[in-house]
Design a protein around this ligand. Structure first.
Ligand code: KG4
Ligand code: ZN
Length: 345
């Protein structure tokens, strides 16, 4: 068991994340120092090839108290050492969000702590502040996950606008769909990433939608159709024999527009920092190609370590810090929303 450092001046935030199929509880201080970040995933969904919303809610309900007790016990913190309670309230599966929000509200009320509600996509972006102390605004964040593909411009840590987004499917959805069509399992992103390391990205020339000169939005539904059509026209042996090349070609078609549009917007608008965020920010080709292209224009790229790219409560705590420091607390009647996007609450 750890003991709390005696001379710490920073306040501690207890945070909850339950927007999809991972329950997570963290304690992070207001210097973005992670004290503890525990995660309980839900392998029960694997049998269904995707996340079953009602099952996810029930499992959050089962896990959240146990995980909170474990976080306090393992960190050596007590509730009297905590200064605020943070929780993600949108976007996500509504039943799952309600479990986390109800638990956070009850806890905050019972020990008279302020409650801070957080947007889950903003939390993905703020995961970067945990490990990178040099990030400065203005900055441009590319948020790419299973349900989102957004370019978010930050003038300050609390003033931001969406300057590009997908018109249809998300980048992560495209990775997952391609893996499913290839019979590779779920979630597809990490599997395609691994296979693609030994593949030729020019093996199949899949379409790249909405070239940068048109606009800064993204589109992946055409690519999904092109992948499905290509696969259905091949003999099963051809697919099996060329899996790394197919994976590399799919990955390149997803990653290339993300890199080109992000760097071009940052360059045109004189933005010195690009942040990658969300599950797809774990993709090795996206990280590498973004760094190489941005470096040509003198733009720095930062991304979280692999575990902080995935859903976790430390990022929720991190996103609550600017709100905590400015006293921007939420009411105990706050609600959860399944609304998509990086919307301010
Ligand atoms: O942010 P996240 O954990 O959950 C959502 O909020 O959606 O993102 C999950 C998505 C999935 O689509 C998954 O396939 C993708 O992130 N992903 C990856 C990689 N690791 C996870 N996509 C590409 N390459 C990866 N290495
Ligand atoms: Zn997420």
């Amino acid at each position: 068991m750890l003991t709390r450092p005696e001379n710490t001046k920073a306040d501690a935030i207890l945070a909850f994340e339950s927007s999809c199929d991972d329950t997570s509880v963290a304690i992070v201080d207001t210097n973005y120092q992670v004290i503890i970040n525990l995660l309980s995933s839900q392998p029960e969904h694997l049998a269904f090839g995707g996340v079953l919303p009602e099952l996810a809610s029930r499992l959050h309900l089962k896990n959240i108290l146990l995980l909170t007790q474990a976080a306090l016990q393992q960190s050596g913190y007590q509730l009297k050492d905590i200064s605020a309670v943070a929780v993600s309230v949108n976007p996500g599966l509504i039943g799952s969000l309600i479990v986390g929000l109800s638990f956070a509200k009850s806890l905050a009320w019972s020990v008279s702590l302020p409650l801070i509600t957080v947007n889950h996509m903003l939390a993905h972006i703020f995961a970067n502040f945990i490990e990178h102390k040099d990030i400065q605004v203005p900055m441009l964040a590319l948020v790419v996950s299973g349900g989102h593909t957004e370019l978010v411009h930050f003038k300050s840590l609390t003033e931001f606008s969406i300057v590009g987004k997908t018109l249809d499917d998300a980048a992560g959805e495209c990775f997952d769909k391609a893996a499913k069509l290839l019979g590779l399992g779920f979630p597809g992103g990490p599997i395609i990433d691994k296979l693609a390391k030994n593949g030729n990205p020019n093996f199949i020339n899949f379409p790249r939608a909405l070239s940068p000169k048109d606009n800064f939005n993204f589109s992946y539904s055409g690519l999904k159709t092109a992948i499905r059509t290509w696969i259905s026209n091949q003999a099963p042996e051809t697919i099996t024999a060329n899996l790394p090349d197919i994976a590399a070609s799919v990955q390149q078609a997803i990653v290339e527009p993300l890199v080109n549009k992000t760097v071009l917007w940052a360059y045109k608008n004189k933005i010195p920092f690009i942040l990658l965020a969300g599950g797809v920010a774990a993709n090795s080709a996206l990280r590498r190609q973004m760094e190489i292209k941005a470096a040509k224009y003198g733009i720095a790229v930062r991304y979280p370590s692999l575990s902080l790219c995935m859903d976790n409560a430390a990022m929720v705590a991190a996103a609550s810090i600017p709100k905590y420091l400015s006293g921007n607390y939420s009411s105990l009647s706050a609600n959860a929303f399944s609304l998509k996007g990086t919307k301010e609450l």
